[in-house]
Design a protein. Structure first.
Length: 528
């Protein structure tokens, strides 16, 4: 029987690689859309958190005024608004996707917001697959598997979450891939890719990308020394400077001194933000994201460096430990930790003498991740009930928002975590918002709900040009407000009175709408 030709063997291998990529993409797509019943509800589209609605309000403005920078948000912290830190790259991607969906759906904008992050996740897998295949890295399928199934990474790319974190993960994957290529062999193509990825990442955000960029520079100069100033790096710097400079010209400089309210209340407010919470160094969450191999990864990378003297292994080890420490400080760093760990896997697993043993250990290490997915996909009764209540909340909030739609621009005072959705659906500005720049408005709403005195309450409404007040479940509104202001809720606080006893509301607040979870009051002029 004749042996297959080399050409045919190459074609079969290429087909096998493409099929493997398709398999990982299908697995990731299933994971990132697993909770689609919380996004698509009764023919409507809902996003997963308050920041998503703020992003979509930006995109709506961007589509109404193409190529105009949005440096000021007038839909939060009404009436002064905020000088926002948000940037244009993700807005542009969502707007382009909405234009593509427009011929097929009347909800094109919402569909684009829902699907943008899963699509960026698929693009991230494609970048990692292309990089690892061209570099012929061992255990590249382990890397793709971890990115495809790690719960914290999938959360960043989740359906219904139009957040810049998904774009950052794509850009940082491309930037790190180009970085490690340049450490191996400096060439112009990789330098251009490096500059474009890091320049766009820094344009998108000056937080996580800037920290990682600074860490990489320190590691590069410490480990490569003279090689770190090769001509190709200069090309990369030029491209990065151009991309970032373009961002500064378009979006403006986004670093400014915090307002007095931000400085005074940020610490209290941050306690209610899940992604800003601390994580214990020995938390089981780490193995739930990375698998049982997580504690061994730094040692394996250090051993790999000792064996072959590849500085990339040592740099990855340092970067892994740094992002681990940052994740202990703020959970929001978890997805970046997993991305760096995944890209380090080809070096870490190669330190194990037997390929079969390494592959077996990796597969077994995924069991804690499987356990987390079991809890996510098959939650207990209390979690199912909480999710159902949240869906009902947002459906009722949407009905309340539609009751406020008007050609006249009127300010709304509502709990801060509900304000972005209310603003997006009603088209009316809110006193509060979900960003830290909105803290002056958030503080005023908290003071309004906590007070039992009509005089300061009315002063807040007049100063903020509020036409409507939204009442919601007192336990949560008063608890959140008390935590923010650092003072307990008094008896007969307005947040409780307006919800439980409308008849006892001040005479200048008139009920105009009510449903199961929300009551809306119109602010009437004072009798003179």
């Amino acid at each position: 029987m004749p042996k297959p030709s080399n050409h045919k063997m190459c074609r079969l291998k290429s087909l096998g690689r493409w099929l493997a990529l398709a398999g990982w993409m299908a697995l990731f797509a299933a994971a990132s859309t697993a909770q689609r019943d919380e996004v698509f509800v009764d023919g409507q589209i809902y996003f997963v958190d308050a920041d998503c609605y703020a992003r979509m309000s930006r995109v709506e403005q961007a589509m109404a005024h193409p190529f105009r920078a949005i440096r000021h948000h007038d839909f939060e912290n009404f009436p002064p608004g905020t000088e926002t830190h948000a940037t244009a790259p993700l807005d542009c991607l969502i707007a382009l996707l909405a234009v593509a969906f427009a011929p097929f759906s009347p909800q094109a904008l919402d569909l684009a917001g829902a699907w943008i992050s899963p699509l960026l996740g698929l693009a991230t897998l494609l970048v990692l697959w292309t990089w690892s295949t061209r570099q012929r890295l061992p255990f590249r399928h382990a890397m793709l598997a971890l990115v495809a199934v790690s719960p914290i990474v999938v959360q960043a790319f989740r359906l219904g979450r139009p957040d810049h974190q998904s774009l950052l993960l794509l850009l940082l994957a491309a930037g790190l891939a180009a970085e490690w290529n340049l450490w191996h062999r400096a060439d112009r193509r990789n330098a251009i890719a490096w500059g474009a990825a890091w320049g766009l990442a820094l344009w998108t955000s000056l937080y996580e990308p800037l920290v990682l960029f600074a860490l990489l520079l320190v590691l590069r100069f410490a480990l490569l020394r003279r090689q770190a100033i090769a001509r190709e790096w200069g090309i990369g710097w030029a491209v990065a400077g151009f991309a970032f400079g373009l961002g500064v010209l378009f979006d403006g400089w986004r670093v400014a001194a915090p307002s007095p309210e931000v400085a005074a209340y940020f610490s209290n407010w941050s306690r209610s933000i899940g992604e800003l919470a601390h994580l214990a160094p020995l938390s089981p969450q780490f193995v739930g994201w990375l698998g049982w191999l997580a504690p061994a990864l730094p040692a394996l990378l250090a051993w790999r460096f000792a064996k072959i003297r590849d500085p990339r292994a040592l740099a990855m080890c340092a970067l892994l430990l740094a992002t681990y420490a940052l994740t202990c400080w703020q959970i929001r760093w978890g997805c970046y930790l997993v991305l760096i760990a995944a890209m380090a896997l080809p070096w870490a697993l190669a330190a194990i003498p037997s390929r079969v043993l390494a592959a077996t250990l990796f597969v077994l290490s995924l069991l804690p991740i499987a356990g987390q997915w079991d809890a996510l996909l098959f939650p207990d009764d209390s979690i199912r009930a909480a999710r159902a209540e949240q869906r009902a909340d947002y459906q009722q909030l949407r009905a309340a928002a539609l009751a406020l739609v008007s050609g006249e621009r009127t300010g709304i005072l509502a709990p801060w975590w509900l304000s972005p959705a209310l603003a997006y659906w009603s088209g009316q500005p809110c006193v509060a918002g979900s960003s830290h720049e909105s803290l002056p408005g958030i503080v005023d709403t908290a003071r309004f709900y906590l007070t039992a005195d009509d005089t300061p309450a009315r002063e807040i409404l007049d100063r903020r040009n509020v036409a409507y007040v939204v009442a919601y479940e007192p336990e949560r509104v008063l608890g959140t407000s008390a935590t923010l202001l650092g003072e307990p809720a008094g008896r007969a606080a307005l947040g409780e009175t307006l919800y439980d006893s409308p008849a006892l509301a001040p005479a200048w607040l008139t009920p105009v709408f009510a449903n199961t979870y929300f009551k809306i009051y119109e602010v009437r002029p004072l009798n003179r």
